[in-house]
Design a binder for this molecule. Structure first.
Ligand code: SF4
Ligand code: SF4
Ligand code: SF4
Length: 788
């Protein structure tokens, strides 16, 4: 993805946006970190955090008027966090005497601070830290101003004195009993590089810049009560700090106004929602101050408000333990590597492109957009390892080959006369003569390659039902059949070339058929059609069932309550969600919605081909989804069922409950192996051709070799792991036997054979016993074996 675009997305993310308490704290105490340290019981670290932001933390921390508390989002769910009380206890338990710091040479200039009150002291120490020689002019015989008002119960005299002495220890000069009058000001401005006025009221009104505190473009900066009409201690401290920044910029001749929008109190972009937060009352103090235990408990009430909406919902982001801006940075870095290892590839291929993050994100950032473009650009630049999505693409090619692909119009009137004598006559609509097509294909049933691979037993019945039900409701419209793959694997793999080619092919078929409405039974097909073939009108099979009625079958009702797992590909298709729920209710089940449902559905782990590129990550997705559910799951996507059943979750496909399959078996139905899936597809095509169109077709895949193959379960598991098909093994052995291209090991009586096709070399070690082959091990790789 283009760098500017990536940065623009990253800048939009509000993950680092502060909570409202921090934005409303004039000195921006890091409240979240502060609370976290208290929670851990580390009061020293918590104190350090105070010291980082609050000057004279031991004093100000005890007398701050805490505007942060008024805005705390906990306010409506139990009560604001007692930040001020926590600061007090942290001072008592966590104060550490600062190590003697080495003072830096004061070369940057001389500043006069008039008034040794709170405001003057803060400006003085800040300027001292920045390298200025500071002189305070105080009219009385002590500094500290209104801090002394708190002496006694709130502030210990010895602590006030200790803190104030630290000013002189730093090398700041204090001229006591020195009153500066208005008439003297010019003289001070001439003598010093800048003057800060932090005293009480003066007669003359200056025009003070509200952001820089500079008066009338003079080397004069005004804080204290002259400027701050409020009595807020912390506001006065913040103004003094800001004035010190202005003085520094003024003397060093840098921009007075640049990047200062977030000084003082500002509005944060974070709008932290508390709708789902449980109300918890503030912890009450047993004595004057919180005890250590009470403080920990109170800090725990803090919600640590931060936008982590996407991370909260996505097991991929959690697994990579990454914030969105770091995620984007890593992708950017990965994209820019020319030579060397692309460490982020794994991460890029572990996103299911489900789009949940975008639904969660208050500013609409979706990782899937970034991931998708990145995969495409990696493919284009040859940076995507071939093996990553190879099998999925091979699977797609299979589904679009003669082994499965099929386009047929509904049998015509003439044909249907003949068909009348086929055994398929048993189904009721056909018997009523509804099967006779008009010749105009109004609908084209597109079951998709995955449903046809895992639930092929339903496809014929669905087609027949559709023909009947549409005939009843829309007499002129025939229903054709289209078997194939929509191209979703190519899209997920970033293979735009394959994707476009596939979409063009589907479009041509659709035009050839006179632009019928496609009836889709697969959620991925639905979103792929919407994205690449928006000109084609589609409707989901579930909507047709809901609208025109369900097939009349003997329904065996199972468990009464179901959790519906919506397919993530349908998140923007409320019609599908609604029709599925209507069907489930019609069949007498109760629905218990999951926390993440409909437009917020979580992915089962199949999306984005993650199960091919990063199995471990796919398993995390499944587990996460299963953990959300207490009931049996209902799905309407073949791949969702595949994933959930693999995770040992009792799961029904909606067709299982529609067709009243033996519910217990259906819920844990063994998933066909990759080889079985291909066989199922091919058998389905042959069966439909024969039963409905009266055509016989023999397929290569069904070809019988002159040997019988025995593959033990452990070898079959390895084949599944490595995406090796039985048909691949058959080819290797057939070649070895016919051309004698094999090695024989007389010690073990094993043959070793290899054959390379489609860029992959397959190795098989086997034994022969008469005409039976026993496969002992298999292996595949992409390396070239060069013959000497
Ligand atoms: S809950 Fe915590 S982080 Fe959130 S506003 Fe309140 S104090 Fe700040
Ligand atoms: S897996 Fe889904 S929720 Fe997670 S980053 Fe990718 S698109 Fe977003
Ligand atoms: S949801 Fe995620 S990407 Fe969106 S603003 Fe929040 S942290 Fe950033």
């Amino acid at each position: 993805m283009d760098l500017d675009k990536l940065l623009a997305i990253s800048n939009k993310c509000i993950h680092s946006e502060p909570p409202v308490c921090v934005a409303s704290c004039p000195v921006h105490m890091d409240v979240i970190a502060f609370m976290s340290e208290i929670e851990k019981g580390d009061f020293k670290k918590a104190y350090k955090l105070m010291e980082n932001k609050i000057p004279f933390a031991r004093l100000i921390g005890k007398i701050c008027d805490h505007p942060c508390e008024n805005v705390c989002v906990r306010k409506d769910v139990g009560g604001s966090i007692n930040i001020s009380e926590l600061e007090k206890v942290v001072i008592d338990l966590g104060y550490i005497r600062s190590k003697k710091s080495f003072s830096i040479p004061k070369k940057k200039g001389n500043v006069a601070v008039i008034g040794g009150g709170l405001s003057g002291m803060v400006t003085a120490i800040d300027l001292d830290k920045k390298g200025y020689q500071v002189t305070i002019f105080e009219k009385s015989n002590r500094i500290g101003g209104r801090i002394w008002d708190y002496e006694g119960e709130i502030l210990d005299k010895s602590i006030i004195e200790e803190e104030l002495q630290s000013i002189e220890k730093k090398g700041i000069t204090i001229n006591y009993n020195t009153e500066v009058f208005q008439n003297d000001l010019q003289e001070y401005m001439d003598k010093f590089d800048a003057v800060y006025l932090g005293t009480g009221y003066w007669k003359k009104n200056y025009e003070i810049d509200p952001n820089t505190f500079q008066a009338n473009d003079l080397p004069l900066f005004i804080g204290g009560k002259i400027h701050n009409k409020s009595d807020s201690i912390i506001f006065s401290v913040s103004s003094a700090r800001r004035a010190a920044i202005s003085i520094d910029r003024y003397i060093s001749k840098s921009s007075m106004g640049a990047s200062r929008e977030r000084e003082g109190i500002y509005e944060t972009l974070l709008d932290y929602k508390v709708d789902d937060i449980v109300s918890v009352e503030p912890v009450q103090k047993e004595t004057e101050a919180y005890s250590e235990e009470e403080a920990v408990k109170e800090a725990k009430r803090c919600l640590k408000c931060q936008c982590i909406e996407c991370i909260k919902a996505c097991s991929h982001m959690q697994k990579f333990d990454i914030t969105p801006d770091a995620y984007i940075r890593r992708i950017n870095h990965n994209e820019r590597i020319i030579l060397g290892t692309h460490y982020a590839n794994k991460m890029i291929n572990a996103c299911t492109e489900c789009g949940l993050c975008k639904e969660q994100c208050p500013v609409g950032i979706g990782m899937q957009d970034i991931i998708h473009e990145t995969r495409e650009s990696m493919v284009q630049r040859g940076k995507m390892p071939l093996s990553t999505h190879d099998f999925a693409l091979k699977d797609m090619a299979f589904s679009n080959s003669e082994h499965f692909s099929l386009v047929r119009k509904q049998p015509s009137k003439e044909q249907s006369k003949e068909l009348f004598y086929y055994p398929v006559i048993a189904f009721s609509q056909y018997a009523r003569g509804l099967y006779k097509g008009s010749g105009k294909t109004g609908y084209l049933f597109y079951p998709g390659c995955q449903l046809s691979a895992t639930h092929s037993e339903y496809i014929g019945d669905i087609y027949k039902h559709l023909v009947g039900t549409i005939k009843e409701n829309d007499a002129d419209k025939d229903v054709g059949l289209y078997l194939g793959c929509c191209g979703a694997p190519a899209d997920w793999a970033g293979r735009q070339d394959f994707m476009q080619e596939n979409a063009d092919k589907i479009k041509r078929v659709w035009e050839e058929m006179d632009k019928p409405t496609l009836i889709l039974a697969c959620s991925s097909c639905a979103s792929t059609f919407e994205k690449y073939l928006p000109m084609i009108e589609t409707v989901s099979l579930w909507q047709i069932f809901d609208k025109y009625g369900l097939p009349e079958v003997d329904i065996k009702k199972g468990k009464r309550v179901l959790n519906i797992h919506d397919a993530c590909a349908t998140r923007h298709n409320p019609k599908i969600h609604e029709s599925v729920r209507n069907i489930v209710k019609t069949l007498g089940y109760k629905i218990e919605e999951l926390a993440y449902t409909k437009d917020k559905a979580k992915c089962c782990g199949y999306g984005g081909l993650v199960s091919y590129a990063n199995k471990a990550q796919a398993e995390v997705f499944v587990k996460d989804r299963i953990n959300e559910s207490n009931e049996d799951m209902l799905v309407y996507c073949a791949m969702c069922k595949d994933s959930l059943v693999r995770g040992n979750k009792r799961t029904y496909h909606i067709l299982d409950i529609i067709y009243g399959k033996e519910m217990n078996d259906a819920s844990l139905q063994k998933i066909p192996t990759l080889s079985e899936k291909n066989k199922n597809r091919t058998k389905l095509k042959m069966k439909l051709l024969k039963e409905i169109w009266g055509e016989e077709q023999d397929m290569d895949l069904m070809k019988h070799y002159n040997f019988k193959l025995n593959i033990p379960d452990d070898v079959m598991n390895i084949m599944e792991e490595r995406y090796i098909l039985v048909s691949d093994i058959e080819k290797v052995i057939d070649n070895a036997r016919r051309n004698n291209e094999r090695f024989f090991n007389p010690d073990t009586y094993n043959y070793l054979a290899r054959l390379k096709f489609e860029n992959v070399t397959y190795w098989v070690r086997y034994e022969e016993k008469e005409n039976e082959i026993y496969v002992n091990s298999v292996y595949s790789h992409r390396m070239e074996v060069v013959e000497e």
